[in-house]
Design a protein around this ligand. Structure first.
Ligand code: ZN
Length: 224
């Protein structure tokens, strides 16, 4: 099993678990099933065989599943979930390989920045976070995750990771204190650290050197 398969599988399952918390446990079992190679997909791609953990039993999965759990419940057993996830992962894997092949010809257009995304502050151009986000989506942003690394009354530090559909991954950090954000935002400086981390991360990903408005300190922004 390729490392890309394992990575995409983890991403898909994590996303689904966040979307459907009531299925989290079953999705986790589906992931283990796939990771341990207990699902054998037929060449047709429309059905699969699943073996039990101890290898003594075997079930047949297509739209349905003939395992005991399926007989008692209408909702999908984890074998069926695993099959659906498998299809999704394979589809993404094929797409990534396609992107990778295309990327061999370096033909990446420079980012197009719309005028409404730019703000002049003391004569210098700054980009708005919403512009960065929109550009990133246009470039295939699939996830943007920010975590607070450290926070106390004085200062907050956040780290952001952006992942694109071609597998590229960027990370950066941002910090904020009550004093270095605009006055009306000072009660929200922790959130501001997260926004700054995201902005820096997206700028890195998009290769934009102009700072974002959100990275400015209070005095620079003035009384906007
Ligand atoms: Zn089943």
């Amino acid at each position: 099993m390729s490392t890309s398969f394992i990575r995409i599988l983890a991403e898909e399952v994590t996303t689904l678990q966040a979307q459907f918390p009531h299925l989290a446990e079953r999705l986790g079992r589906a992931r283990t099933l796939l990771e341990t190679g207990r699902m054998f997909v037929e060449d047709s791609g429309t059905e699969a065989m699943v073996t039990s953990k101890d290898g003594t039993q075997c079930w047949h999965v297509n739209g349905n599943c003939d395992c005991p759990a399926s007989l008692h419940r209408r909702e999908a057993c984890y074998h069926r979930l695993a099959f659906r996830i498998y299809e999704k992962v394979v589809e993404r894997l094929a797409h990534e390989e396609e992107c990778y092949t295309l990327n061999l010809a370096p033909n990446v257009a420079p980012p197009t920045i719309r005028p409404e995304w730019l703000v002049q502050v003391q004569g210098r151009p700054f980009i708005r976070f919403e512009g960065l986000l929109e550009l990133a989506h246009a470039r295939g942003l699939v996830s943007l995750e920010t975590v607070i690394v450290q926070a106390n009354e004085a200062m907050a530090i956040a780290q952001c990771t952006a992942v694109f559909s071609d597998g590229r991954r960027f990370t950066d950090i941002g910090d904020a204190t009550e004093k270095n954000v605009a006055k009306h935002l000072s009660p929200h400086f922790i959130r501001m650290a997260a926004t700054r981390a995201s902005a820096r991360c997206l700028r890195r990903a998009l290769n934009i050197s102009a700072c974002s408005v959100e990275e400015l300190s209070g005095e620079e922004v003035g009384h906007e």
